[in-house]
Design a protein around this ligand. Sequence first.
Ligand code: CU
Length: 152
Amino acid sequence: MRKTVLALAAALTLVGVACGNQGSSQPSTPPATTQPPATTSPPATSPPASPTAAACIDQTAQPQITLTMVDFAFQPNCIKATTQQTISITNNGKAVHTFTIPSAPGIDVTVAPGTPFNGEALGLAPGTYQFICRFHFQSQGMVGQLQIVAAA
Ligand SMILES: [Cu+2]
């Protein structure tokens, strides 16, 4: 089961990279011009594994980690937190989502709309973790990153 999830995550990463380098339509594009991004796909989403540090929301001073789900994204999608913080997850979408850390066994929470999850500390060692929604990470790219640092 877990190996399947990891394999899918790896596949997603490959797909994301491939899409990032791809001009969606082939016919006779001049090679040297800067072409505007396709209207439907924001260019900033290509590498899910490494958002820039500046884009990561520092929540280390908050009482707990607060994460919101919408259809189909995590907000924020990069959080800096400490080893001691608990987590609060609210689903503001219409679909059921999960908060799942494939590399951390046991962290796999299903959160229904209107039923916030208030959990314990995640018990993660300092490090960087990718979290996903198991239902939508592949189809919708519903992923995020958690940067865990030692508690002050
Ligand atoms: Cu989802």
